[in-house]
Write a protein that binds this ligand. Structure first.
Ligand SMILES: *[C@@H]1O[C@H](CO)[C@@H](O)[C@H](O)[C@H]1NC(C)=O
Ligand SMILES: *[C@@H]1O[C@H](CO)[C@@H](O)[C@H](O)[C@H]1NC(C)=O
Ligand SMILES: *[C@@H]1O[C@H](CO)[C@@H](O)[C@H](O)[C@H]1NC(C)=O
Ligand SMILES: *[C@@H]1O[C@H](CO)[C@@H](O)[C@H](O)[C@H]1NC(C)=O
Length: 640
């Protein structure tokens, strides 16, 4: 009976399934006139799609032959997605009559097989966007698809095996605006290949094998990407034509000289990072120089530049971001206030800077200066006061010393001052082998974020953070080998995030209810107890507490641990947050600590007391019974 009960619903399901056998495949999702049939193991479009479908998504199926039948005779489509199928045959003339088809995605198929058969596809009458990426197409094969595509505007040929762009390659698609040829093996572009394309504005040739661009003459192009090729030379035609190029990416190539750009250009974004630039040309008469009046972003990082003369910037009146990090520049100096007036960010990180000077009133817009990894030791002590807009100084991995006010007054060399920089908000002085942090080190600089980490042995004066009471929000002091803080952190009333991890602290700094600490990192210190009253004072603002890798005592911190267990404070390193309990050989995770664990001995005494009382009662009653028995009449024996 039980078996039948189980069988019956099964039978019903089978019968129901066989009744609609022709539609056994999972159905497409139809939303208004759009049909989504992705990933359904289909060989063709289902026959039961409603008429008038405009979007058909057949991606990730098993379509092999693309014919009118496989599209279930839907000829009114606007968008057809056949990405990731196995198409190796397309019925000639299939798209001729599809007068509404604007977007056709044939990426990730086997179209090289079709091209090998040399059957022309016929016109792509109205297709505007065509994706032929990842089809193993090689040189010449694109002709079968592009020969007659009068409406085509956006074409992707990314991820194929094209080695050469022939002069005639785009002759059949004169309206192209955007061509993607990323990730092919292009070695050669025949002269004039793009000349007929007067609407072409974006060309992506990144990740190919192009070695040389001479006579660059595509005036209408706005975006050109030549990143990840082997370009050694980029040269434009000498002419006075106006070029519209806005963005040129030449990163990751083999250029040893700065590109020769069109004289009349509007270039805004130029990336020549990761090349072999040795120098920038600062010679030549003004006539021969490249004018980059519109340039806003210039990346020359990861090259071999040894110097960067300030006259190089003479015609860059709009530059906002300059990245020259990871070069071999030993000195950087801007004396003329006309140069780099608009620049907001300069990245000079990872060079070998020995000297850095800024003239009066120069770099008026500079907000962010990155000098990390330069091993800088001596700087003019007022150097950062010369920068009227400086907000963010990144000085990690240098060898700087901070001036005390007396030393500065005496004009003693060898130290840098960070006080009285009225715009400074973010300062990173980590990993500088700082020994001392003098009093008033940052007075008059409204710092919001201060990183002093990785300066082991740092001796902070009691008044070193004076003046930051109402501004400082982030303070990082990790890996400083600090055993006790002499600086009073409780006066920093804006402080929200403090990192004290990896030190030798044995006590939590004293805080009171005026503090607004939200995140406190105490990981990896020598803390045995966390002062409960301090933690209680923090509870109202605290959101995140790192406390792992400390030799905490379970039972001395019971109140605290229960507070952590019951409050909304997140302990991200809970895995390593353990405490020591004398009765456990291994440290106990703080989540597992209970009140009883620390009061078990009391319980045991209670149990022993109960047991003793019980024993006494038992013994007493036994004695009593015996005693009563003894009092019974003596002569119970039967004398025979
Ligand atoms: C695809 O179509 C061609 C030509 O119509 C035919 O020869 C071939 O057998 C078809 N292949 C499949 C897998 O249907
Ligand atoms: C150029 O192409 C590379 C590689 O595809 C890409 O990472 C980079 O973002 C592109 N450059 C621009 C400016 O879009
Ligand atoms: C160069 O620096 C700028 C600004 O700091 C940054 O946006 C860019 O990613 C850097 N370039 C490289 C190649 O790291
Ligand atoms: C860290 O401090 C201890 C004593 O507190 C000292 O023995 C040790 O040398 C210091 N380590 C460094 C790297 O300063």
């Amino acid at each position: 009976m039980a078996a039948f009960q189980l069988l019956f619903p099964l039978l019903v399901t089978c019968v129901a399934a066989s009744a609609r056998a022709p539609r056994r495949l999972p159905a497409c999702q139809v939303v208004q006139s759009d049909a989504f049939c992705s990933d359904l193991s289909l060989r063709s479009a289902p026959l039961d799609l409603p008429p008038g479908v405009q979007t058909l998504d057949l991606s990730r199926n098993h379509v092999q032959n693309l014919t009118r039948e496989t599209l279930a005779f839907h000829s009114g489509l606007r968008r057809l997605n056949l990405r990731s199928n196995e198409i190796h045959f397309i019925q000639p003339g299939l798209f001729t009559d599809m007068a509404d088809l604007k977007v056709l995605d044939l990426s990730r198929n086997h179209l090289h097989v079709l091209a090998l058969s040399k059957v022309s596809l016929g016109p792509l009458t109205s297709v505007e966007t065509l994706d032929l990426s990842s089809n193993q197409l090689y040189t010449g094969m694109t002709d079968y698809f592009l020969a007659d595509s009068p409406s085509l505007e956006v074409l992707s040929l990314n991820g194929n095996s094209i080695t050469k762009i022939a002069q005639s390659a785009f002759g059949g698609s004169p309206r192209l605006k955007k061509i993607g040829l990323h990730n092919n093996v292009i070695l050669e572009i025949e002269g004039g290949a793009f000349d007929s394309l007067s609407n072409l504005t974006e060309l992506d040739l990144s990740k190919n094998s192009i070695t040389c661009i001479t006579d660059f003459n595509l005036c209408n192009l706005k975006v050109l990407n030549l990143s990840k090729n082997s370009v050694e030379l980029f040269q434009s035609v000498t002419s006075t034509d106006h070029y519209r190029l806005l963005s040129l990416d030449l990163s990751e190539n083999k250029m040893s000289s700065f590109p020769l750009l069109p004289r009349n250009n509007r270039l805004e974004h130029l990336d020549v990072s990761r090349n072999r630039l040795q120098s920038v040309n600062d010679t030549g008469t003004p006539d021969e120089k490249t004018f980059l009046y519109h340039l806003r972003y210039l990346d020359m990082s990861y090259n071999h530049l040894k110097s960067l003369p300030e006259c190089f910037f003479h015609c860059m009146g709009s530059l906002e971001v300059l990245n020259v990090s990871n070069n071999c520049i030993s000195s950087f100096s801007i004396a003329d206030e006309r140069f780099l007036r608009t620049v907001k960010t300069i990245n000079l990180g990872y060079n070998s800077l020995r000297s850095l000077t800024f003239g009066e009133n120069t770099l008026q817009s500079l907000e962010e200066l990155v000098l990390r990894g330069n091993d800088l030791a001596t700087l003019d002590h007022g150097v950062f006061r010369q920068l009227p807009s400086i907000k963010h100084l990144q000085l990690r991995q240098n060898n700087l010393e901070i001036c005390s006010s007396d030393r500065e007054r005496q004009d003693a060399p060898g130290c840098v001052s960070f006080s009285s920089v009225p715009t400074l908000e973010i300062l990173d002085l980590s990993d500088n082998q700082l020994r001392t942090l003098p009093a008033d080190a940052f007075a008059g600089s409204p710092l919001k974020s201060l990183d002093l980490s990785l300066n082991p042995g740092l001796d902070m004066d009691r008044d070193s953070l004076l003046g930051l009471e109402r501004s400082l929000v982030h303070l990082l002091l990790r890996e400083n080998n600090i055993s006790s803080l002499s600086t009073d952190l409780s006066s920093l009333t804006s402080l929200k995030h403090i990192d004290l991890s990896t030190n030798q602290l044995t006590a939590v700094p004293a805080w009171n209810r005026d503090s607004s600490i939200e995140s406190l990192n105490l990981q990896n210190n020598h803390l045995v107890t966390l002062e409960y009253s301090t933690m209680l004072a923090l509870e109202h603002s605290l959101k995140t507490l790192y406390m792992g890798s400390n030799p905490l005592s379970c039972c001395s911190n019971l109140d605290l641990l229960q507070m952590v267990q019951n409050s909304a404070v997140v302990v991200p390193d809970i895995e390593t947050a353990t405490c020591v309990h004398e009765e456990y050989s291994e440290p106990v995770n703080i989540e597992k600590v209970t009140w009883d664990m620390c009061h078990t001995s009391g319980v045991r005494y209670y149990a022993i007391a109960v047991a003793v009382i019980a024993l006494v009662v038992v013994v007493a009653s036994v004695l009593l019974v015996k005693c009563l028995q003894a009092r019974k009449p003596q002569h119970r024996s039967f004398n025979a």
